[in-house]
Design a protein around this ligand. Structure first.
Ligand SMILES: [Zn+2]
Length: 196
């Protein structure tokens, strides 16, 4: 099984930062991807960063990279997790929205099972935090046809790891225990999915 980690955005992406400008989403996504890779690799799993560059790589190129690997390994032998930090506004002001969530494409796919595993570990790793879900279709994930999910042929999910324009969420993200919890929920969720 090949696990692909997609760290969203790049150093040249406009916006995508905290209202005071000190927190940059592209940098945090990379930090998460490095640490998740480090932990999964230490457990003997095959993990690859989809975007090792610091610059933003356009979504069609990201998908091309994924689908090339899917051709090599077989789509059911590849998993894609796209890492992001959420924002409620346009980055100009601190807002109240908080919490963690995971997206899949609309409809039932293998990605739903991966998302459910991530929700289970998120629940355990983020006590006291809001877990944003939609259980109307029988599973917790939110569904939205993000380009990276729609145009890749393997099971793919996108996690929004709390809100960078909420001061409490951001303080947690930047704390040692907070960032460890975010890493651990991905590591745990992926392992749970693989043992199904
Ligand atoms: Zn993002």
């Amino acid at each position: 099984m090949k696990i692909l980690l997609d760290n969203g955005h790049g150093i040249d992406t406009p916006g995508k930062r905290s209202p005071d400008g000190h927190f940059r989403e592209y940098a945090y996504n990379r930090y998460l991807a490095f640490r998740i890779r480090e932990q999964l690799t230490a457990m003997g799993l095959d993990v690859q960063l989809l975007v090792p560059e610091r610059e933003d790589i356009p979504l069609p190129e990201r998908c091309k990279r994924v689908n090339k690997i899917c051709k090599q390994y077989g789509s059911d032998q590849v998993l894609l997790i796209s890492l992001h930090v959420n924002a409620a506004g346009n980055g100009k002001e601190w807002l109240n929205s908080r919490g963690w969530c995971c997206f899949t494409t609309t409809g039932q796919t293998k990605a739903d099972a991966l998302a459910t595993c991530l929700y289970e570990t998120a629940q355990a790793q983020l006590p006291g935090h809001r877990i944003r879900k939609d259980t109307a279709d029988g599973d917790p994930d939110l569904e939205k046809d993000f380009y990276i999910l729609r145009h890749t042929s393997c099971p793919a999910v996108l996690t929004e790891n709390l809100f960078m324009d909420n001061q409490d969420d951001l303080a947690f993200l930047e704390s040692a225990e907070g960032s460890q919890a975010i890493v651990d929920l991905h590591v745990g969720g992926i392992r749970r999915y693989l043992s199904l």
